[in-house]
Every structure is written in structure tokens, then in C-alpha cells.
Ligand binder design. Structure first.
Ligand code: ARG
Length: 394
């Protein structure tokens, strides 16, 4: 495939005087990682039910047992932190700068003019909340009430980046109301048959009035950014991103996975590994029209193998699917960190020529995700390149 560094982005990506340090710069998901934020489990609560969210217990449950509300146990938090700390140490050993969010207690009710929730959530998944798009750090609107203020544990870091890097752009997307009428609660009542019949409508639990997006619904491939329509990102949210990012030289493409009836966050569905190669989810193929852009630019889709566990075998309070197996973190175009137990993924990636590093991470799963979710890359070597030179029809 052909790759060109985009001339229109020279001003954004290029180097200015040597005396000006570059702290924030990351254009894709695979270039060599230099600085990263790893989440922490301290102060975490169970994700409360709300109009945009209905947490479920997995596997067998006692009669009358309901999803817990309130803080997670000290032991659950300790085990997750052990794995998050271990990942941090491994990255640091490889010479990568690792930063951590503030310790915050999420166990208190939140009340705004439009809503209240019994608790907030956690700071394990920075990926959901903030994203680096070149020299810009963008804080997402978020889509769930319990996550409204989840940017706060990262603000000390963001301010530090902003103070140290005069070319860093710091943007917070407009906060939605999260009022009752922002949501479509009827979504939760649909039968499987109805979901199947409406799979091409892409209407989920958020309405289409207020712009709404979570950062993890985006994936970056140089000057092209792909955003999935989901339960956590609506069409006005994508329109907002387009208007924000296109003047900066990026191209924003909505993408769709019609067989994912509960889509949220693209990183268990469509995961770029290096230029020309995307790890894809065999249960959730990309819509044909969206696939064309990749195939005509010589990109290849690599289906993930069966995950190591079934959905029912995932941790009892985990709200993600077994496809956390494919939630990998690239630290260079040929080195990828995977979860220890996901041997099928290790084998597949090794056969593709990657060096695979494995770490235990299953105790983090019930905090919202795996290795990609729990990290936010602030700086990767490399500039803005165009990996999709064949643009437009034909
Ligand atoms: N909804 C995804 C799945 O269950 C999980 C995505 C987790 N990603 C994240 N960035 N928190 O397949």
C-alpha cells in the first residue's frame, strides 16, 4: 500500500524550533509509543443503571439478585490495580513514560440541573474519555450520566501537557444535558427480532438531537479518523467531530457494524494493527459500503479468532463482551500487548509477524475494558500520514 505524509498537515505535524518540546503528538494506534496514561481502579463504583445504560449480571445468579450499586470491594480494586500497575511497570521498562490519573472517590451522588445518579463510575478507562488527535487533546462529551465528570481525574495531567507543550491544543466538547429526553429508553425493550429488523437504522439509546460521543468510538489512522455510530455516539456527535477536526486537516468517516446490536466503543470491533491491517470481529462485520474505503486502499481485514471465554464465562459484573480478547495495545508497528489468556489472538498475531507481549488483565475487565481501554496514548513517534490515497468514488 502507498503512504504519503500529508502536505496539508505540515503545520500541524511538523517540527518547529528545537527548543520547543513536543509532549503531545499521536496520529494513529500503532506508531512507537513514547508516553501513555494508564488508568487506576481506586475509588471505583459499580456502573449505576440510568437511561443510557442497563448493567446486567453475567452467568448464574441467585433468585432476586440485582446488579450492585455503590463502591466495588477493596479486594476487587486491589486485584485490578495490581494488573494496571504491572502493565505500567512493563511499559516503563520499555522506556515509555507512564502517567497515572488522580485518585478520586467516585462514591457520591451527582446532581445537575437535569439529572441525578447515585454514584459515578471509575478512572480505569481513559480511552473512553480523552483522545489525542495529532497535537490536540479532546475531551469527549460522554454519553452516560455517571461518566459526566470523568474528565476530572485527568485534568492535572492535561494541564501539565498544556503548560509544557505550547503547541498542544486542548479542547473539551460541549457537554450534553443528559436530561431524560436525550435518551430513547424504548431501545431497551426491543426484542432480538426487532433489533435484527432495524439493524440498518443505527438508532440506539441516545437520541439524535444533542451531539454525543465517547472518545473510544473513534480509531485513528493518520489523517483519517473513523467513528462508529453506537449507543455512546450519535450522528450529531459525529457531525460535531467532523466540523472540529476537518479544518485541522483530518478526515472523519462514520463507520457501522450492523450486527452489533449494543455497540459501544470501537476497540473490540475494528482494531488497526499497522498500516494496511485491521483486526476485525467476525461477529460484527463492517457495513459493505464502509469496507470499500479500506479495500480500495489495499487494506486487509484479519478476523479475530474465538476468544478464550464465552460471554457467560466473563467476570460476573463485566459489561463488555468476550471480544475484549481483541482489545490490544500496540506499542510499535510490530509489537503488541495482549491479555495473557487470549492465546488464539497471540497465535494469530505471531503468525502475522508481530512480537506479542502478554500480561494478565482479567481482573480489570469488570472496570470497563482491557488493555486498549485502560490506556490513553499521549505521544507516539511519527507524523500525520495518509494511508488512504484513493479517496472519493471509483
Ligand atoms: N462494547 C465493547 C464490547 O463489549 C467493549 C468496549 C470496551 N472498550 C472501551 N474502550 N471501554 O465488545
Amino acid at each position: 500500500m502507498s503512504v504519503t505524509t500529508s502536505p496539508t498537515d505540515a503545520g500541524l505535524a511538523g517540527s518547529s524550533g528545537p527548543e520547543v518540546p513536543t509532549v503531545v503528538s499521536s496520529w494513529n494506534e500503532w506508531d512507537p509509543l513514547e508516553e501513555v496514561v494508564v488508568g487506576r481502579a481506586d475509588g471505583a463504583c459499580f456502573d449505576p443503571a440510568e437511561p443510557g445504560y442497563r448493567p446486567q449480571i453475567r452467568g448464574p445468579r441467585a433468585p432476586g439478585e440485582t446488579f450492585p450499586v455503590g463502591p466495588k470491594s477493596a479486594e476487587t480494586i486491589r486485584r485490578a490495580n495490581e494488573e494496571l500497575d504491572n502493565l505500567s511497570a512493563l511499559l516503563a521498562d520499555r522506556g515509555i513514560v507512564v502517567r497515572r490519573p488522580d485518585v478520586v472517590n467516585f462514591d457520591h451522588p451527582l446532581r445537575t440541573p437535569e439529572f441525578d445518579v447515585p454514584t459515578q463510575y471509575c478512572s480505569v478507562c481513559p480511552r473512553d474519555v480523552v483522545i489525542t488527535l495529532g497535537r490536540q487533546v479532546l475531551e469527549a462529551t460522554m454519553s452516560r450520566r455517571a461518566r459526566y465528570f470523568e474528565y476530572l481525574p485527568y485534568r492535572r495531567l492535561i494541564r501539565d501537557y498544556w503548560n509544557r507543550d505550547p503547541r498542544m491544543i486542548w479542547t473539551a466538547a460541549p457537554k450534553p444535558s443528559m436530561a431524560d429526553d436525550m435518551y430513547r429508553e424504548e431501545f431497551w425493550e426491543l426484542t432480538q427480532e426487532e433489533r435484527f429488523a432495524r439493524m440498518h437504522e443505527f438508532e440506539f439509546c441516545v437520541g439524535q438531537e444533542e451531539p454525543v460521543f465517547d472518545a473510544a468510538d473513534m480509531t485513528r489512522m493518520g489523517r483519517d479518523v473513523f467513528v462508529q455510530e453506537s449507543m455512546t455516539t450519535n450522528r450529531p456527535g459525529i457531525a460535531w467531530l467532523r466540523r472540529e477536526l476537518e479544518p485541522r486537516g483530518l478526515r472523519v468517516h462514520p463507520v457501522h457494524f450492523p450486527l452489533d446490536f449494543f455497540p459501544s466503543h470501537i476497540d473490540c470491533t475494528f482494531v488497526p494493527l499497522r498500516p494496511g491491517l485491521v483486526l476485525t470481529n467476525p461477529d460484527r462485520p463492517i457495513k459493505d459500503e464502509d469496507a470499500t474505503f479500506f479495500t480500495k486502499n489495499d487494506w486487509r481485514f484479519l478476523d479475530a479468532p474465538e476468544a478464550s471465554s464465552t460471554n457467560d464465562e466473563m467476570p460476573k459484573y463485566c459489561q463488555s463482551s468476550r471480544w475484549l480478547s481483541m482489545n490490544v495495545l500496540s506499542i510499535s508497528p510490530d509489537t503488541i500487548i495482549c491479555e495473557d489468556s487470549e492465546v488464539g489472538v497471540h497465535r494469530l498475531l505471531r503468525a502475522e509477524g508481530f512480537e506479542v507481549i502478554t500480561v494478565p488483565f482479567r481482573n480489570v475487565y469488570e472496570f470497563g475494558g482491557s488493555l486498549h481501554c485502560a490506556t490513553w496514548d499521549v505521544r507516539r513517534t511519527g507524523e500525520c500520514a495518509d494511508y488512504f490515497p484513493h479517496f472519493g468514488p471509483g
